[in-house]
Write a new protein. Structure first.
Length: 180
């Protein structure tokens, strides 16, 4: 029998004003996950994504990224530990991003996401790109504002389609990283 699809899987894309509490939430989750996943990690867990950029409006989801030596070994060893902390694993068949392993942490109601954990293999270029984009937004408030305007526009256009929202940001991200 199949498990029912959780409510958070169909959560609408909504951008909210920056919350200064995101910084501390990110710091606390990074510390906790670094502790829990320490034996699989190559480096400390990083707070990435829009909630890690001071002043930037965002979906209210703390995005975290962990660098591991081997994805499937990390998942095999850590999935139960993470489940006890409220994290739900999405298999690569559902996630459709073979370069990572992905966990979602819903709020206590189960209706909305409060955290994402992206595990990435050491040496994969996505790690450096993600950090470079975050750091570029932190360094340049004008670029961060342009990104915020784009995100608000795309959230209106793709409120019911998280994948389309994410894909539509790719050109802007490539421009900021100079990879386009």
């Amino acid at each position: 029998m199949n498990d029912p699809v959780p409510a958070w899987a169909h959560e609408e894309v909504a951008i909210v004003r920056y919350d200064p509490g995101w910084r501390e939430l990110g710091r606390a989750e990074c510390a906790r996950l670094t502790e829990l996943l320490g034996s699989w990690l190559v480096a400390d867990v990083e707070h990435v994504g829009s909630t890690s950029v001071p002043g930037l409006a965002a979906k209210p989801v703390i995005d975290l990224m962990g660098l591991v030596t081997e994805l499937d070994a990390a998942v095999a060893g850590a999935a139960e530990i993470l489940a006890c902390e409220g994290w739900h694993y999405l298999s690569p068949k559902l996630d459709l991003r073979p370069w990572r392993r992905f966990f979602v942490k819903p709020d206590p109601t189960g209706h909305r996401r409060v955290g994402h954990l992206h595990l990435i293999t050491d040496g994969h270029p996505r790690w450096a790109r993600q950090l470079a984009f975050r750091d570029a937004l932190r360094r340049d408030p004008a670029t961060a504002r342009r990104y915020e305007r784009l995100k608000r526009q795309l959230a209106e256009q793709h409120a019911q389609d998280r994948e389309a929202y994410t894909e539509a940001k790719a050109t802007f991200i490539a421009e900021v990283l100079g990879t386009r």
